[in-house]
Write a protein that binds this ligand. Structure first.
Ligand code: FPP
Length: 255
């Protein structure tokens, strides 16, 4: 496009991403848009979930190579049980297929699998596959690939509150002693240690809401919303997103 002065304006399509600049340590992603991706291609919704699983592989690999410490992926929420049974069943099979195919790569990449969520309510085959992947990768020291499976943040916080109240009730804890770290120690993300809080929250598909995801842990995270549907989100899209993070100025309430 020509500007008023006749010079050709440079189109803003170049990625801002720089590999040697700050990389967010904990990235959390709401992987949205699988159903719409499939419907656009006149395919059943589950085809979108299957393609979404391939995106998980690509993004895990690239995030790990870039030095991300924790990648938390919202794979199934406590509200997703409301979907039709065949779709729920398919979503419960996906972790089985994913770990079956991808654990050797995760080991090669030094990626450690962890899970947050009410996993005791998952079907046995899903729980077994998840536990096996955790076991198989437990000695890995690189990026943590943290799946949120049957996860809901409000329930997580209510359970944490109940446990803290019980500690007060039985005299283990004084009310005045309750602080951020007391609360964080009772959250499902406690095992993430220094990386418990999210630096960058990405949601694909154009929806701009948080959907009961890591409400405490996202208190000071940066948000990035993209219209790209999850199955189309690739390594370049991740780099573009990180490039935008690299231009943000995080103030944590200060100046
Ligand atoms: C939201 O898209 C997506 C989900 C509820 C499931 C996400 C799961 C995956 C991407 C695969 C996970 C892979 C592993 C390895 C566990 P949607 O179905 O709500 O899409 P829509 O908004 O277009 O309908």
């Amino acid at each position: 496009m020509k500007s008023f002065f006749g010079k050709r304006k440079k189109k803003q399509t170049e990625s801002l991403f720089k590999e040697n600049e700050e990389i967010p340590q904990h990235i959390a992603i709401i992987m949205d848009g699988n159903g719409r991706w499939a419907q656009k291609k006149i395919m059943p919704r589950i085809a979108g979930h299957r393609e979404g699983m391939n995106t998980v592989k690509k993004i895990t690999k690239r995030a790990s190579q870039l030095g991300v410490k924790v990648l938390t992926l919202y794979a199934f929420s406590t509200e997703n049980w409301k979907r039709p049974d065949p779709e729920v069943n398919f979503l419960m099979q996906l972790p089985v297929d994913f770990f079956d195919a991808f654990v050797p790569d995760l080991i090669k990449e030094n990626v450690k699998v962890q899970v947050i969520g009410f996993t005791d309510q998952l079907p046995v085959h899903t729980r077994k596959a998840v536990n096996q992947a955790i076991e198989d990768t437990k000695n890995n020291t690189g990026m943590i690939l943290n799946f949120a499976l049957n996860y809901g943040s409000r329930s997580e916080m209510l359970e944490a509150t109940k446990r803290i109240a019980a500690q007060v009730q039985n005299g283990q804890l004084e009310i005045e002693e309750i602080d951020d770290s007391t609360f964080e120690s009772q959250l499902m993300t406690a095992e993430l240690g220094d990386y418990q809080n999210v630096d960058y929250m990405i949601r694909t598909s154009g929806e701009e809401r948080i959907s009961n995801f890591l409400l405490w842990q996202n208190a000071y995270s940066e948000f990035y919303f993209t219209k790209t549907l999850w199955p189309d989100f690739d390594e370049t899209a991740l780099e573009e997103a990180i490039g935008i993070y690299q231009k943000r100025h995080r103030r944590f309430g200060g100046l």
